[in-house]
Write a protein that binds this ligand. Structure first.
Ligand code: HEM
Length: 231
């Protein structure tokens, strides 16, 4: 059995909760959006919760734990290309948090989900016109209808991005024998995946849970305010 020292704590609880809640809520949003009717109310609530999570995650990317910070994983195109070249050549790479290519994908996913939620705020219910996005009234009808069409179209973009993301995680599991999915659940990675032989352990700092909770409450307050502006 693996000793505790054989693995290193990488992901904090807020990042893990954020990730799996986001997955769950995107599923809820997808099916309630497809179902229509009264389910649109659940669709809206799910969208508000996703927006809250996103605002929280953006703030956490600046003040959160080391591996949650954008400064830790947003690298330039050179770093991404170098990383991918190493991967293709089968060279070993060692990362605590997101690797440069994974980091880029994280930013793309966050922006793509944010785009979808923002469009949802301005969209209208084309079936019954009963359950509209809270900010749809701020725009002329023509624009809300356009944004609604975009909101429907963007679902497909999200599906493709998520498919690529999941496929990448499975490829790591099968090809590189690195269980990134397990790490997103437990928060721990095997030391051998993180530290090069003879190398130094990364100095990771974990931000306090109180800070995460305060940011989550602030994010929820902002979303509440946005919804009230439209209501
Ligand atoms: C609705 C679909 C999904 C979205 C929008 C999504 C989005 C994200 C985001 C934004 C992150 C970065 C986490 C952070 O730093 O806060 C992430 C990481 C990750 N996700 Fe997902 N995810 C989705 C589904 C999944 C699924 C189904 C799996 C498992 C098969 C998965 C596996 C992972 C893994 C392993 C990481 C960590 C990658 C790494 O080690 O760099 N994701 N995901």
């Amino acid at each position: 059995m693996a000793q505790k020292t054989d693995r290193l704590r990488i992901w904090d609880l807020p990042v893990r909760l954020f990730h799996w809640c986001l997955v769950l809520l995107l599923c809820v949003s997808y099916f309630t959006g497809e179902a229509g009717g009264d389910w649109r109310n659940v669709h809206l609530l799910s969208g508000y919760t996703i927006l809250t999570l996103l605002l929280f995650r953006i703030a956490w990317g600046f003040v959160g734990s080391t591996t949650a910070r954008f400064s830790d994983f947003v690298k330039g195109p050179r770093a991404c290309i170098h990383y991918l070249a190493c991967l293709v050549r089968g060279r070993s790479t060692f990362e605590a948090g997101h690797n440069p290519a994974g980091g880029l994908m994280v930013i793309v996913l966050l922006l793509a989900v944010l785009t979808q939620v923002t469009a949802g705020l301005f969209s209208v219910d084309t079936d019954t016109a009963m359950v509209n996005g809270p900010l749809s009234g701020l725009l002329p009808d023509k624009w809300s209808e356009r944004i609604t069409k975009f909101h429907w179209f963007w679902v497909n973009v999200l599906l493709v991005l998520v498919a690529v993301h999941v496929l990448a995680a499975i490829t790591y599991l099968v090809w590189k024998r690195q269980n990134l999915i397990g790490a997103m659940f437990t928060g721990y990675k095997p030391r051998a995946d993180v530290v090069a032989p003879g190398g130094r352990e990364p100095a990771l700092r974990f931000a306090p849970a109180k800070l995460a909770l305060s940011l989550l409450i602030a994010a929820a307050a902002i979303v509440y305010f946005i919804v009230r502006v439209g209501g």
